[in-house]
Design a binder for this molecule. Sequence first.
Ligand SMILES: Cc1cc2nc3c(=O)[nH]c(=O)nc-3n(C[C@H](O)[C@H](O)[C@H](O)COP(=O)(O)OP(=O)(O)OC[C@H]3O[C@@H](n4cnc5c(N)ncnc54)[C@H](O)[C@@H]3O)c2cc1C
Length: 394
Amino acid sequence: MKKTVAIIGGGPSALIAAAYLDPGKFDVTIYEKNRSLGRKFLVAGQGGFNLTHSEPVDIMISRFTPDHFLKNALLNFTNENLRSWLQDIGIPTIIGSSKRVYPEKGIKPITVLNKIQDVLFKLKVRIEYDHCWEGWDTNNKLLFNNNKTVAADHVIFSLGGGSYKVTGSDGSWLDSFNNKGIKTIPFLPANCAYKIDWPEGLIAKNEGAPLKNISLSCLNKTQKGELVITQFGLEGNAIYALSPEIQSGLSAQGSATIFIDLKPILSLNELQQVINNSGLKTTEILKREVKLSQSQIHLLKSMLTKEEFLDHVMLSEKIKSLPLTVLAAAPTDEAISTTGGVSLNEVNENFELNKLKNTFCIGEMLDWNAPTGGYLLQACFSMGVCVAQNLNSK
Ligand SMILES: Cc1cc2nc3c(=O)[nH]c(=O)nc-3n(C[C@H](O)[C@H](O)[C@H](O)COP(=O)(O)OP(=O)(O)OC[C@H]3O[C@@H](n4cnc5c(N)ncnc54)[C@H](O)[C@@H]3O)c2cc1C
């Protein structure tokens, strides 16, 4: 007789797990609290919709914090494997200039979701909507809001992180896990905007201005990329990637210092030579010789004293390492992703809970972090495949 698998939550990690479970061995049911699947997946699709990143998988692994826990899952189901699977189900993908992977032009996010749902339909995966999991009853059965209880041979939790609650991923399940003795960590925003008290005047001229081709450092990590100046502070892929370092500063001392290198392609020496060898006025040197954008020049003028701006040595040093104080993260609900959730110490390398056999946790509900650019979805997909293949092999 077939064994039963209950998957709780209907996001990307759940959907691919259901798609990879062997229908000859398992009767699979997805229990989703909403009336539709993949709402956060569709929200992701409103922006860049990076399905994965195309860099070599060993480099990809290093993007995750911590990086060891996902290694096997990512090697087992790589970015190439994900692209092939998507191609097979009718979603050809392309690699953009940023090396991120997108659905081919013209393919809408809902089409991607529908194609995945078609796979589940063919596999006869049952989907129970309006089923909000509320914990375990005294017999360890799954308890739902409609008083329904479910006993399954295997349970896969894929309840999501703690941002964009409107999509269904609201973290309301944390208490149920804690009550069961499974350690959870409060959700914190990751991949989010960070608050900076800008000097007066900067925002008036530069709100929404991008700072392109910069690199950003915090503690011992440096990230190349782009920033956007906002009323609140800064956002963009460069600062998102430094979330773990910034968050550690915020929780330890209430602020974190970040350093922008506005000209990463020049060394300090080279930059000083360019500046010293020019006979132009300082602002003209920055514009014509150093080729900084108007916003970058405004930023320097706003953050430096007149003396620092006019002194070529000090100016060069600040161009290469402009310190800014981060005062807070944006609210959790506005973050692209969150850290926190089920502690990684609670699961083994197959994402099975150490304290509850045959029960797995996958996706953003686990306490890990990755920058934007396709890494989040790749990790969710890889974890889903890992759990499914592990069950298939039993
Ligand atoms: C604005 C935005 C843009 C993004 N862009 C990208 C991107 O371009 N690339 C990328 O890689 N990632 C992106 N992400 C992140 C990505 O969407 C998430 O990391 C991913 O959806 C997480 O998948 P998941 O399966 O873990 O959980 P989710 O997608 O959050 O799904 C969890 C599901 O569980 C359900 N659920 C929750 N609690 C219960 C319960 N008690 N009972 C029953 N069901 C429950 C929820 O309703 C939900 O359907 C973006 C996220 C946001 C918010």
